[in-house]
Design a protein around this ligand. Structure first.
Ligand code: ZN
Length: 309
C-alpha cells in the first residue's frame, strides 16, 4: 500500500501545507482581505473564495459573488468608493461562485456566456438571476477608461466558464481551473471534460497576464503557478498511462469473482491508481498543499479519462 491514506481511510493528520501555498491572513475584524491588483481593480477573498471588482468613473463591476460572502464584497467596495454596482459578470453558473449576487442589491446588468444562461434557466434558482447580456465567443466591456475582455475557450470545468481579462492591469480571472500552490480540487476540480481541462490550463499560460485570480485558495497566482500545475498534470498523466500499460485485468482477484465484471474492473482500476499515486508522490507530496487529500481522486479521474476520452 502507498504511504498516503487511501480514499475512505481517515489519516490522523494530513500532510503539512507548504509555505508556498499560503497567503496574508484575512483581517480578523472584517473576515476578508482586499488586494489591489492594478488601477481600480481589486480582489476580495476570505482566503477560501475569491471574487473581483473593477471601479470605473460612474460605477463598479463585480465579477462573481459567492453566497454568504456578498457582504464582504459590499464592505470592500465601500472601503474604496461610494459608486453603485452597475454590472455583474458571472464567471460560470456554479452556485458556490455566484449565489450571493442578489445580496449585492440594486439591479445591475448581468453579463455571462450564453451556455451559462442556458444552465441557469434549467436550474431556475431565484438566488442566481438570469444574465441580461450574453455572448458566444468574445465580449468587450468598456466603461469609462476601464476595460474587461471576456472570452470563451470551450468546455473544461463546465460549459460557459469564461476568461475575464483586464488588459491594462494584466489580470486574468478564470475560476476553478488553476489552484496556486495547491493540488486542484478533486477530480481536476470536477472538470466536465478532462482533455479540455488539460488544454485550458495550457491556454491560460499563453495569456499575457501578471496576476491570475483562480477563485479559490488563499492567494493570487502567476505563470509559475500555471506551469507547476501543467507539470503536475503531465506527471499524473504519464504515471496513469504507464500503470495502465503494466497492469493486467483479472489478476490478483479471487477466481470466483471473475464472473462479476464490476468487481474485475474495481480491482483493476484500484491497482492502476495505487501505482499512479505511488509514482507521483515522491516528487509532489511536499510541493502542493493538500496533495495527500486529493491525489487519489486525480489518479482515478486520469485513469478514467485515459480509457474513455
Ligand atoms: Zn465551478
Amino acid at each position: 500500500m502507498p504511504p498516503l491514506a487511501p480514499i475512505g481511510v481517515r489519516p490522523d493528520r494530513y500532510l503539512p501545507v507548504p509555505e508556498s501555498a499560503g497567503a496574508p491572513a484575512v483581517n480578523p475584524a472584517t473576515g476578508y482581505r482586499l488586494q489591489e491588483l492594478g488601477r481600480g481593480l481589486y480582489m476580495v477573498t476570505d482566503n477560501s473564495y475569491q471574487s473581483m471588482f473593477l471601479v470605473y468613473e460612474r460605477g463598479v463591476v463585480v465579477v462573481d459573488a459567492p453566497p454568504g460572502y456578498a457582504k464582504h464584497i459590499r464592505a470592500a467596495i465601500a472601503e474604496v468608493t461610494s459608486l453603485p454596482v452597475t454590472h455583474v459578470i458571472y464567471s460560470h453558473s456554479h452556485k458556490d461562485h455566484i449565489g450571493g449576487v442578489t445580496e449585492l442589491g440594486g439591479h445591475p446588468i448581468i453579463i455571462a456566456h450564453e451556455e451559462t444562461r442556458r444552465l441557469l434557466a434549467r436550474d431556475n434558482d431565484p438566488e442566481r438571476p438570469l444574465p441580461t447580456v450574453t455572448f458566444k465567443d468574445r465580449y468587450s466591456l468598456k466603461l469609462g477608461t476601464q476595460r474587461l475582455e471576456l472570452s470563451y475557450h470551450g468546455v473544461a470545468h463546465e460549459p460557459g466558464n469564461i476568461f475575464i481579462y483586464a488588459p491594462e492591469q494584466r489580470v486574468l480571472m478564470v475560476i476553478d481551473v488553476i489552484f496556486p500552490g495547491w493540488m486542484p480540487w478533486r477530480r481536476f476540480a470536477l472538470a466536465q471534460d478532462v482533455p479540455g481541462y488539460f488544454a485550458q490550463v495550457a491556454e491560460i499560460d499563453r495569456v499575457p497576464f501578471n496576476t491570475l485570480v483562480g477563485g479559490h485558495v488563499s492567494r493570487v497566482g502567476t505563470h509559475d503557478d500555471v506551469r507547476t500545475q501543467l507539470e503536475f498534470m503531465a506527471d499524473v498523466k504519464a504515471a496513469a498511462q504507464s500503470a495502465l500499460k503494466s497492469t493486467e485485468l483479472g489478476k490478483e482477484i479471487d477466481p470466483l469473482d471473475l464472473t462479476n465484471p464490476w468487481a474485475v474492473f474495481d480491482n483493476y482500476i484500484d491497482r492502476v491508481v495505487v501505482q499512479c499515486v505511488n509514482a507521483v508522490s515522491p516528487k509532489w507530496q511536499s510541493r502542493l498543499g493538500g496533495f495527500d487529500v486529493y491525489i487519489w481522486d486525480q489518479c482515478y479521474a486520469m485513469e478514467q479519462s485515459l480509457r474513455i476520452d
